[in-house]
Design a protein around this ligand. Structure first.
Ligand code: 4GW
Ligand code: MN
Length: 360
């Protein structure tokens, strides 16, 4: 494999080596090739999906057992969550998963619980083509300031041009790992193929490194503390424009030809693919199921209406998330004034399609 390095890329590498915090991995033609790795030594990657799931399940159980040995008390919903603190909005799903709104959680209880366990949280983000120039720096600086403050965080950043990676000095307890990925020629594939890349990355790195993880769009900016209250096994984000809409208005995939099909009048909520998370095991299952659905659709010559988001909605319809985040956790200011929205943690960047979407 030939690696050509732009002078800015070289400067960046030297910076990484100097700071001793970052590992850079070069991804080419679907294979992971290590350019340089500073921190953890990678273990052998299991080859089949079943083996991987088996390995991940064992790993997760061992890790939970380790934690349970250190601290026997597990956190109960009542310890940290006040469902009645926001009577004007819905705070519990039919399957009793909390819907986290501002003021429904006791941050001090969560801080106490997770600090003892020394959690590490991962955050994956893709910035390909013009999205790299336009959004990545703002996203990372705001994440450094507001995402899981006081806890260990690893940012997994996927770019198509290492030389354009913004040089950001991260706060303490923060690390970033930068990966080069190929740029898909269709924009729909840039978005959908994230499911494959995230699954691969969980197998090769994330499962060894973090307790919880989030996967986010880059065209957003953190506005205030996005903390421990968001952590859970399987976390879904309510889409800001649809959180009060009737089911039949949800823009699920309605063509039975697609694997993402949800019949009308079915479904629970309309979830936003700009934010999803959970334990590495649960996110691995999600990304693999969605990716398999995407590939099956391609074989059938069909494509779901909202691409990866349609598949994500189908997945969460079948596999109910264990926690939902209110639209305060991914708000679009274009919606205008709304008294339900007390404290915005993350917001959409303005969509300037003319500027960023000419790269398809
Ligand atoms: C149309 O020309 C495009 S380009 C639609 C998405 C594109 C794109 C998306 C891209 O060129 N580069 C890129 O890195 N992405 C990643 O996919 C980026 O992380 C972005 O936030 C995510 C989803 O695309 P999006 O934010 O445009 O999707 P929506 O409209 O659902 O927020
Ligand atoms: Mn987006």
């Amino acid at each position: 494999m030939e690696i050509k390095m732009h002078p800015r890329g070289m400067a960046f590498l030297i910076f990484c080596l100097g700071s001793g915090f970052v590992s850079v991995v070069y991804l080419n033609r679907g294979d992971w090739t290590f350019l340089w790795m500073y921190r953890e030594k990678s273990q052998e990657i299991p080859i089949s999906k079943n083996q991987t799931e088996h390995w991940l399940t064992n790993w997760f159980n061992c890790r939970s057992q380790d934690t349970a040995d250190k601290e026997p008390n597990t956190l109960q919903l009542d310890d940290w969550f006040h469902a009645s603190a926001r009577p004007e909005v819905s705070t519990l799903t039919d399957w009793s998963a909390p819907i986290v709104w501002d003021s429904t959680f006791k941050r001090s209880v969560l801080e106490d619980y997770y600090s003892k366990r020394k959690v590490t949280v991962g955050l994956t983000v893709f910035a390909i083509g013009k999205y790299l120039d336009k959004y990545l720096k703002t996203f990372l600086i705001s994440a450094d300031n507001f995402f899981m403050v006081g806890h260990k965080v690893i940012f997994y950043v996927m770019v198509d041009d290492l030389s354009k990676m913004p040089l950001i000095e991260l706060g303490p307890l923060r690390t970033f790992k930068v990966f080069q990925v190929n740029k898909e020629s269709r924009w729909q594939d840039i978005s959908m193929m994230r499911m494959k890349t995230i699954g691969d990355l969980i197998e090769s790195h994330i499962k060894y490194e973090v307790d919880f993880m989030f996967c986010m769009d880059v065209d957003q900016v953190f506005q205030s503390d996005y903390g421990l209250e968001t952590l859970d096994e399987s976390v879904a984000q309510l889409q800001a424009w649809f959180y009060k809409a009737d089911k039949e208005k949800f823009t699920y995939e309605r063509d039975p030809q697609s694997t993402a099909y949800i019949p009308s009048m079915q479904g629970d909520y309309y979830y936003h693919a700009a934010v999803f998370g959970g334990t590495p095991l649960r996110v691995f299952n999600l990304t693999r199921e969605c990716y398999e659905g995407i590939i099956k659709d391609k074989e059938r010559n069909t494509e779901a209406i909202w691409h990866d988001e349609s598949h994500l909605n189908k997945y969460y319809f079948i596999n109910k998330p264990t926690k939902l985040l209110s639209p305060e956790y991914c708000w679009d200011y274009k919606i205008g004034k709304n008294s339900d929205i007390k404290n915005v943690k993350l917001s959409w960047m303005p969509k300037e399609y003319g500027e960023v979407r000419s790269n398809s």
